[in-house]
Design a protein around this ligand. Sequence first.
Ligand SMILES: Cc1ncc(COP(=O)(O)O)c(C=O)c1O
Length: 385
Amino acid sequence: VTDEPQLIMLPGPTNVPPRVMRAMSKPIINHRGPEFREMFRRVTGNLQYVFETKNDVITLTSSGTGGVECAISNILTKGEKIIIPVNGVFSGRVRDTINVYDGTPIEIPVEWGDAVTPEKIEEALKREKDVRAVTIVYNETATGVTTRCLKEVGEICEKYNALFIVDAISILGGDKLPVDEWKIDMCITGAQKSLMTPPGLAFVSVSPKAWSIIQKSKRRFYFDLPACRKFLADDETPYTPALPLIYALDEALQMIKEEGLEPRYRRHKVCADALYAGLEAMKLNLYAKKKVRSNVVIAVNNPSGITDKDIHKRMLEKYRISIAGGMGKLKNTMFRFGVMGMVNPANIVQTLNALECTLSDLGYKMDLGSGVSAARDVFTREKML
Ligand SMILES: Cc1ncc(COP(=O)(O)O)c(C=O)c1O
C-alpha cells in the first residue's frame, strides 16, 4: 500500500472526504462520558434525517452484513417464513442468512439484471399466508439494479401484516429512501458506501411494529437490538463503539445535511446518467435492464476478447483508478463502477477518459473521446459543468 491517492470508483468502499478522514484523528474519549453522549445523540438524529424516519436507528460496529444478520436474527423465530426476491449475490446472501437462523426463505427468483414487481410479492404473500416479513435488496450491487417499487411493497406488507425489511447498504444516502413514507420496518445500511465514511459501521432502523416482534424472538448476544435500544436511551452503545468511525460518521452526516438530500440525490443521478451516456457512446453493453438501472452502481459486460482483470489492472496501474469486477456467477464477465458518496463530474470525466485509454490500449475499437464527450453533454445540459 502506498499513500499515493487513488480515485476509488468501487461500489464500496468509496472515496472519503478529507474533512471526514481528519475527524478520525481526534483524541479517544470515554464512550460512557458526556462528550461521547452529545456526539452520539447528534449522530443518531442525523441518521434519522438521512433515513427520513422517526424510528430508532441503531448503530452497530460491523460491516453491512452484520446489519443484515442483526435484522434477520432479531425478528425470526424457528420455521417462520420470510419472502426474498433473489436477483443477485446480495439478495442471495439475505436468503442464506434466513436459512442460517432456521427461518424458511420463500425465494422469488428474478432474472439477474431485472427487479421484482409488487404483483409477485403480493402473489407470494397470498399463497404462503403467515409470512413474518418481506425483505428486498433495494440496490443489488452485484448487477447494478435498483428495485424501484418499495413504496408499493410497503403498502402490500401493511395489508398482509408482514414486516418490511430493506437492505439499502449500497444506496442509502445516494438515492431517495424515505423510510417512514415507504412503511419500511427495518432498513439496513453501511457506512462505507453512499454515506462516504470508512468501512466498519452498520445501521438498522427499527419501527414500533418491528419492536413488537423483536420482543418475542430468541435473540443473539452481540446483535441484541433491545440491548441497543436500552443503551440508546442514554445515547450510548451496549459495547465499545468504533470511536474514530463515529467521529468520521459525525462529520460525514454534517456534510450530507449541508448539501441537503434532494441536491445530493440529483448529483448522484446526473453523475450516473453521464457515466451511462459515456459508456453507451463507447458502444459498451450495460448489464442491467434500462428501466431498473441504478444511480449508484453501474455494471458493464466485458467487451469480447478483453477481460475485466486486464481492465482494472490497467485502470489502477496506469491511471490510479480503482474499479470492481463481477461477483458470483458474473465473475470474469463484467466490470462495475460505484457512483457514490462524494462523487462529482470531474470523477466521472476522469474515469471515462481513463477507461477509453485503457480499452484502446487493450485493442478495443472506438472513437477516443466519444465517452467523455457524451458525459460532458449530460453535465452541460444539467448545468453541472
Ligand atoms: C446490497 C449489499 N448488501 C450487503 C453488502 C455487504 O456489506 P459488507 O461488505 O459491508 O458486509 C453489500 C456490500 O457490498 C451490499 O452492496
